[in-house]
Design a protein around this ligand. Structure first.
Ligand code: UDP
Length: 480
């Protein structure tokens, strides 16, 4: 009699930090076990020495037994500057965790209680681990959890670097995204803005290393980023095979912080499509002045709103480093304009730090979303057909805003004052009204519902993303 083969075990290495990368890795692991009869091992690099971020810990608690987690020991980063950029810190943590990753893969291979990894799936901040996978003779695939547009940009970056003599801003031709979308100097991702910085050097190194992977799965789908995928296809001979496997957005059980949420009860009482959801992702923050203008703008708009507030600070990406340390966010009213809460009572709801975003976006009362343009937030809005106001803050989010407004035509974009960089209340009030009540909002909703249908098709039994993931799994299993 033939012995039944044990399921193939896929090891996944999400990056430390960045909840926005962690969530899609968990969703990918679920797809692999539920749809493709694999088992999965999530290898977790700790954020820092303190207990795990509560959101992350909650996501891990809800997993089936076919997904195992292995927590690597924390690495020291005491030698690094305290205000180090998060996009620098994350790859450094990954590099310092490589010996522990090696030990873990050895353990999976040699210990009788485990099964050896058939493939290693890596984050875009972790391409240094490709070499480790090669030592074990297993395929290394990147799970690219942001836009295909960004992948295309990242592949071109070494070329831009060669062409450029001073800064990218001064290039004779503007940088373009697939589909001839022009990237204004201000929309170039923060990490590479200063060409002489260490951050730029590291970014360039990551972009080059990604190309040594055996394949790249992108959390996007063909219809949404048709130009970008076409562009990637033309480079087939120079880059690893690219698979559109998304949109993989958060599914499954609600976590403690989602449950019994006041804001869902409040949404239940509002009319359909009437509420503007305002949230800047898992760590985006506004300066105190900008925070004030936003409050006043929401008030002036006279629209209903649900605003997730985070303690204001100057560095827009500052809270990504210590999301669990948003101390004092419970007393956010000290930052709000005097009397704001009373004046907007009933019409607006302010919640501190975290909202159950999936449930909010899928709620019938939600009529629009002011987003910082994180890729998960965009995919979630697409899946639930919610039109957007793009308010990018940092990282590659301005690039996403260009794609959303000029490419997809699914968002209005806020305009910052050229001198101060602030988005003022009159403008906010106008754009919010336009989205919730105006003709422009209606048009955006039509565009979004088109992509909503497409998103549901690509994930159906015979959809392109389902098939693409099946193709990848087949390669892993057959060993070629
Ligand atoms: N999120 C949430 N509640 C919040 C803030 C964020 O559930 O209050 C989730 C959101 O649904 C998304 C992720 O956290 O899945 C944030 O990812 P995104 O790529 O949008 O932004 P990032 O935080 O990575 O900048």
């Amino acid at each position: 009699t033939q012995e039944k083969q044990p399921p193939h075990n896929i090891a996944l290495l999400p990056p430390p930090g960045f909840i926005g990368h962690f969530i899609p890795f968990i969703e990918l692991a679920k797809k692999l076990v539920y749809r493709h009869s694999c088992t999965a091992t999530l290898i977790i690099i700790p954020d820092d020495g303190s207990p795990m971020n509560p959101q992350k810990a909650a996501f891990l608690r809800g997993l089936p037994p076919t997904i195992k987690t292995i927590l690597l020991p924390p690495v020291s980063t005491d030698d690094l500057a305290e205000n180090i950029n998060v996009e620098m810190l994350v790859p450094i943590r990954v590099i310092r965790s490589l010996p522990a990753l090696r030990e873990t893969l050895t353990f999976l291979r040699d210990d009788s209680s485990c099964s050896q990894a058939s493939a290693l799936v890596l984050d875009l901040f972790a391409p240094h681990a490709i070499d480790v996978a090669k030592e074990f003779n297993i395929p290394a695939y990147i799970f690219y959890v942001v836009a295909a547009n960004e992948l295309s940009f990242c592949i071109d970056l070494p070329k831009y670097d060669e062409l450029c003599t001073s800064e990218y801003n001064d290039m004779p031709e503007p940088i373009k995204l697939p589909g001839s979308l022009v990237l204004n100097p201000n929309d170039i991702p923060d990490a590479i803005k200063e060409r002489n910085s260490d951050l730029h050097k590291l970014g360039l190194d990551l972009c080059r290393r990604i190309l040594f992977a055996d394949g790249i799965m992108v959390n996007s789908f063909l219809e949404l980023e048709s130009e970008a995928f076409k562009d990637l296809e033309t480079r087939l001979h120079d880059i690893p095979p690219v698979y559109a496997v998304g949109p993989l957005i958060r599914t499954g059980a609600e976590t403690e912080s989602d449950r019994g949420s006041e804001c869902l009860n409040w949404l239940n009482e509002q009319p359909p499509n009437s509420v503007l959801f305002v949230s800047f992702g898992s760590g985006g923050t506004l300066s105190i002045e900008q925070f004030h203008q936003l409050a006043l703008g929401l008030e002036m708009s006279e629209q209903r709103f649900l605003w997730v507030v985070r303690r204001p600070q100057e560095n827009a990406a500052g809270a990504y480093l210590n999301i669990n340390n948003d101390k004092g966010s419970g007393s956010f009213d000290e930052f709000l304009p005097h009397g704001f809460l009373e004046r907007t009572k009933g019409r607006g709801l302010v919640v501190p730090s975290w909202a159950p975003q999936i449930q909010v976006l899928r709620h019938a009362s939600t009529g629009g979303f002011v987003t910082h343009c994180g890729w998960n937030s965009i995919l979630e809005s697409v899946v639930f057909g919610v039109p957007l106001i793009a308010w990018p803050l940092c990282f590659e989010h301005k690039m996403n805003a260009v794609f959303l407004t000029d490419g997809l035509k699914a968002a209005l974009r806020v305009k910052e004052n050229e001198e101060t960089g602030i988005v003022y209340r009159d403008h906010i009030a106008m754009i919010v009204k336009g989205l919730i009540q105006g003709e422009e909002g209606k048009q955006l909703r039509i565009v979004m519902s088109h992509f909503q249908n497409a998103a549901s098709n690509v994930l159906s039994q015979n959809g392109s993303s389902t098939k693409a993931l099946a193709q990848v799994v087949k390669k892993w299993i057959s060993g070629n």
